[in-house]
Design a protein around this ligand. Structure first.
Ligand code: G3P
Length: 216
């Protein structure tokens, strides 16, 4: 499974990238707004830091607007992926852009039907939002499992990005369900390598070592 970071914060990205663990980045208008800086500048900086795909979302909701924005955003860097919302106009835009060789990430996927349509329209990536499905009292991870099955059944090439990941188990279950990618919030990522028993183990090994040294 590839690891993407779901953040527009360059410091967070640099920290995790230094571990060699960042295969790509996803952003959305909320994450860009949090940074309080110019959209184009932020995306260009991230694209320089990370060699993998970096998703930047369009704001327009109509077909013409989406395609125009996508063409502009796609020129910001070679590794930009244009994020398009899952709507009728969005599907049409994805179809047009895929024919132009512009990579797309169809976002806000909440059903197998939506994922299947996006993949057929030519999306490079599809982003089911598992945390937000859980918020509705349903099982977000089931959608990842179902989409994996459907894309494999019909040999569709879109990659599944498990998005709206809220906790460690979402990340682990995404890997078990066969997601191609998990996009993890910058704040959550450090929790993936931490475990209290690891800390406790290190502490007791070192305490025993100190006792041994004193006894020599
Ligand atoms: O990748 C999608 C993500 O940014 C949305 O996450 O936690 O707002 O549902 P969340």
């Amino acid at each position: 499974m590839k690891f993407f970071l779901d953040t527009a914060n360059l410091e967070e990205i640099k920290k995790i990238n230094a571990l060699g663990l960042v295969d790509g980045v996803t952003t959305n208008p909320t994450l860009i707004a949090k940074e309080g800086r110019d959209f184009e500048t932020v995306i260009k900086e991230i694209c320089q830091e990370v060699s993998g795909p970096v998703s930047a979302e369009v704001i327009s909701l109509d077909y013409d607007g989406m395609v125009a924005e996508a063409r502009k955003v796609a020129q910001w860097a070679e590794n930009v992926v244009v994020k398009i919302p899952m709507t009728e106009d969005g599907l049409r835009a994805v179809n047009t852009l895929s024919k132009e060789g512009i990579k797309t990430n169809v976002t806000l996927i909440f059903s197998v039907a939506q994922g299947l349509l996006a993949a057929k329209a030519g999306a490079t990536y599809i982003s089911p939002f598992i945390g937000r499905i859980d918020d509705m009292g349903e099982e977000g991870m089931q959608l990842i499992e179902d989409l994996r099955l459907v894309l494999d059944n019909y040999d569709l090439q879109a990659e599944i990005i498990a998005a709206s990941i809220r906790h460690i188990n979402h990340f682990q279950a995404s890997a078990l369900a066969g997601a191609d990618i998990a996009t993890v919030p910058g704040k959550l990522f450090p929790k993936l390598w931490a475990h209290p028993l690891t800390d406790k183990g290190i502490e007791s090994f070192l305490a025993d070592w100190d006792k041994f040294q004193e006894a020599l």
